[in-house]
Design a binder for this molecule. Structure first.
Ligand SMILES: NC(=O)c1ccc[n+]([C@@H]2O[C@H](COP(=O)([O-])OP(=O)(O)OC[C@H]3O[C@@H](n4cnc5c(N)ncnc54)[C@H](OP(=O)(O)O)[C@@H]3O)[C@@H](O)[C@H]2O)c1
Length: 233
């Protein structure tokens, strides 16, 4: 259980890659960190690698029942949620382009990368509303910016383009409730998704998300960021 003034953050897909680095960075800043992964074992293994207040949680963001169970578990342990980092994501475009991609692959990307984020915010907003400093950070991508769309990664690009739109709509809708919402591009990062040739470490990829979670002025909402600077949607 978090100490009275300790902030609590939930990082989806926090068991590896950029999510793990975000969890690690916020833990070092004194946050209580809920690391979620699709498998509880995987969340537990990630939690064991970290020192501090870490709660492992099973959560599949493409499954409403799993989200509901996660809200119940978090509500039992925490009286509020200060930060939600929607980091979980997939890149299912394998040898496809916009002329060949199937409905199934488009659907998979949208369910996790876009609809999962919207459903997570809906489900966790009652707990976020209880925070004096509530923040939502959505891990997007420059491939979802209008000038970054690539026909050979159609489901990923479209899901992140729509995530950027959802970020704007959520920011407007949650402004009156005091919840700020921003999207971030981490750059090209060495993870299972980004591959070994990527120039950035997971820690470098996590930097702007950590800054948005812990330091960015609360007046900044509905924006798209890279390297702590606003970029175009
Ligand atoms: N790497 C890059 O270069 C790059 C660039 C731009 C944006 N991004 C974005 O940054 C975020 C993190 O990427 P990454 O590179 O760290 O990816 P990664 O290493 O492939 O990790 C993806 C994470 O998402 C989780 N995940 C996938 N589907 C999920 C679901 N349905 N429910 C819950 N968790 C799920 C995975 O959990 P499991 O272990 O259960 O699979 C894993 O923890 C993603 O949103 C990605 O689109 C990455």
């Amino acid at each position: 259980m978090a100490r009275a003034f300790q902030k609590t953050v939930l990082v989806t897909g926090g068991n590896r890659g950029i999510g793990f680095a975000i969890a690690q960075g916020l833990l070092a800043r004194g946050y209580e960190v809920i690391i979620s992964a699709r498998s509880l074992d995987s969340a537990r293994q990630a939690a064991e690698k970290l020192q501090g207040d870490v709660i492992p949680l099973a959560l599949d963001v493409s499954d409403d029942q799993s989200i509901e169970q996660a809200v119940n578990i978090v509500s039992q342990r925490c009286d509020r949620l200060d930060v939600l980092v929607n980091n979980a994501g997939i890149y299912p475009d394998d040898n496809v382009n916009i002329l060949t991609i199937s409905r199934e692959v488009l659907d998979a990307a949208m369910q996790t990368n876009t609809f999962g984020v919207i459903r997570m915010v809906q489900a966790f907003s009652p707990l976020l509303e209880k925070s004096q400093d509530a923040r939502v950070i959505n891990l997007s991508s420059g491939m979802g910016a209008l000038d970054g769309l690539t026909a050979t990664a159609p489901s990923y690009c479209l899901s992140k383009l729509a995530l950027n739109g959802a970020t704007l709509m959520l920011a407007h809708s949650l402004e009156a409730k005091g919840i700020v919402v921003n999207a971030v591009c981490p750059g090209w990062v060495r993870t299972d998704m980004g591959g070994a040739a990527a120039p950035r470490s997971p820690e470098q990829g996590a930097d702007t998300a950590i800054w948005l979670a812990a330091e960015a002025p609360r007046s900044e909402t509905g924006k798209f960021w890279r390297d702590r600077k606003v970029i175009s949607y």
